[in-house]
Write a protein that binds this ligand. Sequence first.
Ligand SMILES: C[S@@+](CC[C@H](N)C(=O)[O-])C[C@H]1O[C@@H](n2cnc3c(N)ncnc32)[C@H](O)[C@@H]1O
Length: 230
Amino acid sequence: MGQRIDYSESFYRRHAQRYAEVSHKYIQSVYSNVSHPALRGDADVMERMQELAPVGSRGLDAGCGAGARDVFLFWQAGYDIYGVDAIEENIEEARRLHPEIARRVSVADLREPINHPDASFDFLICNAVIQHIEPDIVMGRTLPEFARVLRPGGVLQLVFKVGKGIATLYDRDYSADRSFHLYGADEVLERLSELGLHVIPAEHGKLGGVMYFADTKPANHCLLYARKSG
Ligand SMILES: C[S@@+](CC[C@H](N)C(=O)[O-])C[C@H]1O[C@@H](n2cnc3c(N)ncnc32)[C@H](O)[C@@H]1O
């Protein structure tokens, strides 16, 4: 994974089991300072994606994390979902915890082209991952690849840490300082729009539009669902 300002590679390698535990117990998944009343935690984010993509849809969780919790939950709910993550230990942890999805998860670096043909997926999830990728690569490679592998009408769920530059925070769940690339919602929205991805608005009280929340670190995040035109 090359030069990393946040040393995320060694962080995730060292903490793969703990990360899976934190994720599966939803320890960091209760949100505060939410911009939308229906946005309380990870479960709400997943539920909305499952409304936007019918059961049986084919999806990709890009940066699925140690244990691949969401790949497992989507698969359990009847989705044809796959997960990739750059860290082998994270994928091994997913296979250990969830042998049922062992062949659905694999190692891949989102700084490189995604190893799937155009229009392969009905939906793509990318939660708290671009914070680990240099902005020029996110804008020039990662987001364009997301747009390429989504089919027209497909939906991207994107969560990213909001702000400018780099933030370093103490994460008490790992007793470690962690650094992240921050992104402005405007710059992300502009790039998505250039790529033919348009934010799904908030309607009928459902999650939609450009939403914000803080996690337990606390770090401010932006959440959006965007549909590929065509
Ligand atoms: C904060 S975790 C989020 C995991 C999961 N999406 C979730 O919401 O729980 C960030 C994940 O991104 C992965 N990651 C970081 N850089 C990556 C890259 N270049 N390609 C693929 N995965 C990457 C890390 O290994 C880690 O599992």
